[in-house]
Design a protein around this ligand. Sequence first.
Ligand SMILES: [Fe+2]
Ligand SMILES: [Fe+2]
Length: 211
Amino acid sequence: MSGVVATLTSAGEQAMALAKSLTLDADDWHHLARAFHRAEALAEQALVVAIAQVRPELRPALVSQLDDERRHVGVFAEWVDGAPLPPVQASDKQRPEVVWLTLLLANEVAGYCQFRLLEGVCGASERGRAVAAVASDEVAHVARLVTWLQEPRYARARAQLVRVMDSFIAGLEARMSQFLPREAHLLVRGGMADLIGQTLGALLALRPPGS
Ligand SMILES: [Fe+2]
Ligand SMILES: [Fe+2]
């Protein structure tokens, strides 16, 4: 098993273990479905902006990732009830390529861990299977981004990459509150923020195979 897959498998098991202490009522489900839909819609939008700014060689793989993200948005759109969802628009700010790749990786890793948590909550149901398929798409996205970030071209941008990652990690508790805002879920939120931060750190410390 590659280092990336092993790291994500272990993180997925930890997220599913956290799911055991999560009890969700109807309001929580309503909120969670909207939050996941919004997060994936933002991921899709951010990817559109990133594709326009990275070098052309990276674009075909990111365009295929975009197809996956659009499918993920569709999965959560089916879960949403109540008022129509407001459209989202990611910032189209210019960023260096290494910043984009680090941000995309951070979002993918957070998404992956949250989907495994959700899969643990849903169990062997239709929703559980749908979210498991979403999580396995994210494994492929994470693996590709980690491989790119290991390229020697980014070696001198390491400090920049670490700054982006640290700032993402600092915002994780607040990010988790968007999904599980209730006080009763404080421990799961903290556990997820720690898990995502540690997983990101472990992935960025991996060396390319054979080096
Ligand atoms: Fe996704
Ligand atoms: Fe993804």
